[in-house]
Design a protein around this ligand. Sequence first.
Ligand code: NDP
Ligand SMILES: O=C1O[C@H](COP(=O)(O)O)[C@@H](O)[C@H](O)[C@H]1O
Length: 508
Amino acid sequence: MEPITIVLFGATGDLAKRKIYPALYNLFLDNKLPRSFSLIGLGRREWTDASFQANVEQSLRDFSRRQANDPALLKEFLQAFRYSVLDIGQKKDYQKLLLLIEQREEQLRIPPNRMFYLSVGPEFFETIAANIQDSGLGSANGWKRLVIEKPFGHDLQSARDLNQKLSNAFAEDEIYRIDHYLGKPMVQRLESLQQTNPVIQALWNNRHIANVQITANETVGVEERAGYYDHVGAIRDMFQNHMLQLLMMTAIQLPQKSASDKVRFKKKQVMEALEPLQKQDVGASVIRGQYEAGSIQGKPVIGYTSEPGIAPASKNDTFIAARLQIDDYFWRGVPFYIRTGKRMKEKSTRIVIEFKDPSKQTLSASEDLIAPNLLVIEMSPHEGITLQINTKDPQHKGEFKPIHIDLHPGEKDFPEAYENLIHDAMHGDATFFAHWDEVEMSWAWVEPILEAFEENLVPLHPYAAGTNGPVESDALLAQDGYHWWFDTKPEQEIEAEEGKQYAYNTNH
Ligand SMILES: NC(=O)C1=CN([C@@H]2O[C@H](COP(=O)(O)OP(=O)(O)OC[C@H]3O[C@@H](n4cnc5c(N)ncnc54)[C@H](OP(=O)(O)O)[C@@H]3O)[C@@H](O)[C@H]2O)C=CC1
Ligand SMILES: O=C1O[C@H](COP(=O)(O)O)[C@@H](O)[C@H](O)[C@H]1O
């Protein structure tokens, strides 16, 4: 493993504490960090090396999936951490940083391979990239990489402007744009699921798949991020990035073991084939919603516009459901339904592939007792891949009964998304990072939706917190004869069991 120096901007911040240090520690425990690795943390706070290391240690106690119980191992890990006060706008601080990095590289006898991780607000990206270049930090005789966190722009134009500025200092193949959904273990398995299973590969197309459902529901509300969230909404916060990335990862066709550029090429092809929406037609395919007061797991919660920091008249979207079509040889005619929302009934991130049932055309309604085959890729709160198939139930007069095959039995301790991503960035593997082409095409695709929302061409449907979102999102699928699946049950069935009434029926 190549020795490396990680230069972490925003080392005193929330993301570093909650995600980056625990991920590094778990990689260290798994022997996936180079032994000669060094991390230089930066921030304006007047921390020393010792107080920085104490903060890192505390973050492991609070957030690491494995506890830091072995004092010798912990000490070895923390020795790699140094801190330097740096104000992003102060050029002289970069000169001081360069000296510190060179001193550490000399001490550790390691080459100048430097990974600049920007765990700071996007408003700083441009200044940092320019100062890295001007100070000579990035021009040593080794490699350099830039790791950045979303948001990558606020719309198409601002994303292009940002990219232009970053590319003055870093080449595209040196930029690693984190979309943490691409680091989720089950998303990473989508690739191998197809590549290593000829049966699944053969079924991965419009001849066999009826529809695809991609859900990322959260129970949390806007939390302490009102200032940010009220300007972005679910469309920018989740849909433009994570949800479209999940769509690309699901829809790519990967016949053999493919290198990173192949995966990216295939993802780009998916985006190119995604049918564009016209602003005036957005309302026919996109449902937007905003949560009202309700209750989640028995606890009352306030509505979005009563949240601290949210404008009482805000028309911001906290829920989006959409129907998308990929107009290519493999997917023509297969609707992809995507939804994401805050303050929903359950935390649940999953992809459900519903297979076609050719016998449906020949059976009468009363004979229609066979559940569809479903492939369910569960990402959160639990990881797993399940296949629903039908069998005869000997205990009930040989009636058909769906059973579920767990494709990853017994696996529990999955790495965190940030472990996978930081590991890959250190190794120069960009497969699971967002390429600029994907970012640009995603912004271009959502642009008519942003405009339609801005001009209020799409109704904002209220939904009670603790539900599955506005009923209009169910109706979107019902129009095509489908319904949302929860796990392997129709969502309405579950809610009917819980005594809720539905105003529409589906033919399933
Ligand atoms: N928190 C999370 O879970 C997630 C965060 N992100 C993204 O990650 C980035 C960081 O978020 P988060 O950690 O939550 O933010 P925080 O506000 O918690 O931290 C911001 C960091 O930036 C540093 N900083 C701010 N201004 C300056 C400056 N002028 N000079 C030097 N350092 C500065 C702060 O250091 P100091 O105060 O010491 O100067 C601090 O370390 C954001 O882009 C966010 O959108 C993405 C996904 C999840
Ligand atoms: O990027 C974001 O993701 C989280 C949801 O992530 P998950 O891994 O818990 O599904 C979301 O809460 C946040 O608003 C958004 O910025």
